[in-house]
Design a protein around this ligand. Structure first.
Ligand code: AHN
Ligand code: ZN
Length: 318
């Protein structure tokens, strides 16, 4: 008896000391693979709603998420665009640990803008945008994260949503009322009709234009308004991983984007990781909504900074 007690006590000390310093096992993230998944989408051509490329790419996204072990739901619905066009919108949802109560939501839009209306050359302004950065890059990172989730299941539940019909919005010059609500149509639909009734998550993270060379991500203003603690969590994680040249801990612009509707309609505190360039006039990269948004602007180092940061955010969540 006497020998057992000190042994037990000693054991416990060792055990608790161990749990204190136990390093979190965060799986890797391959930027080559994220780049490949970005390229695959671009190879379908512009993923404009109501086109064959949209249907083909939807199939690719769903089957890839399934291959990586997600429970996949395709949420199809008709939405009305600002110009009266009926868009056959397809949100693609991939869930990990679908029964877990504690969840995180990761999302990106996957559609391409039908018009390069910001192109310096007027002859290009009716052509579609390829959307290598604007669309495909965020999805490419999330597909690589999905591949890693299959190799080592996260402790929490994770939902990946690829939202359609984000980029069919009216430009300011169109002068239609409430033109900002003409963007993010797929997200607005999902937020009113989530794939699981009463769906909620601890927080949400939107990836938008996350592949640009030497991109800078500043604290987007609405993200700070709705979810400043989530912004701080992500930016400090990036900083401790050595990515502070990408994640700048300063206020950026305010952007009407998918996270706004997730915040307003579902109440899930959600942030936007979006490239901000104060010197460009639009606030975005110079090739934004031009025919130049192609793979040549997509940089593996940026994909890596965002992907590795988010892997740490997911795997340090308890
Ligand atoms: C507006 O231009 C109002 N919002 C930008 C959202 C967006 C478009 N993100 C990518 N493309
Ligand atoms: Zn866009």
């Amino acid at each position: 008896m006497l020998t057992v007690l000190p042994l037990t006590a000693c054991n416990q000390v060792t055990k608790s000391a161990k749990t204190e310093v136990k390093p979190v096992n965060v799986p890797g993230f391959s930027p080559d693979s994220a780049y490949f998944f970005t390229q695959k989408q671009v190879d379908f051509g512009p993923r404009v709603p109501n086109t064959a490329a949209q249907i083909a790419c939807a199939g690719y996204l769903s089957s890839t998420l399934k291959r990586f072990g997600a429970v996949v739901i395709e949420q199809k619905t008709d939405v009305q665009a600002f110009d009266g066009t009926t868009l056959r919108s397809i949100n693609i949802i991939g869930s990990y640990n679908p029964k877990a109560v504690s969840r995180v939501l990761l999302f990106s839009h996957w559609d391409s803008r039908p018009w390069a209306d910001n192109d310096p050359n007027p002859a290009n302004r009716k052509k579609p945008v390829m959307g290598a950065n604007d669309g495909a890059s965020g999805v490419g990172i999330l597909l690589e994260m999905a591949r890693q989730f299959q190799l080592q299941q996260p402790n929490i539940g994770v939902d990946i949503i690829f939202f359609d019909t984000e980029d069919y919005g009216a430009t300011e010059s169109s002068k239609i009322p409430n033109s900002e609500d003409s963007w993010c149509l797929g997200t607005q639909y999902w937020a009113h009709h989530p794939h699981v009734p009463g769906y909620t998550a601890r927080f949400g993270i939107l990836l938008d234009m996350v592949g640009g060379k030497q991109a800078t991500f500043l604290r987007e203003q609405s993200s700070d308004y709705y979810a400043s603690e989530v912004v701080s969590k992500v930016w400090s994680q990036a900083n401790s991983l050595g990515f502070s040249q990408y994640f700048i801990n300063q206020p950026g612009g305010a952007v009407t984007d998918d996270h706004i509707y997730v915040n307003k309609i579902t109440g899930i505190p959600s942030i936007d990781i979006i490239q901000y360039d104060a010197n460009s006039g639009t606030g975005f990269a110079g090739y934004w909504h031009t025919v130049d948004d192609t793979m040549k602007n997509v940089d593996k180092n940026t994909l890596q900074a965002v992907g590795v940061t988010l892997m740490h955010v997911i795997y340090t969540e308890k």
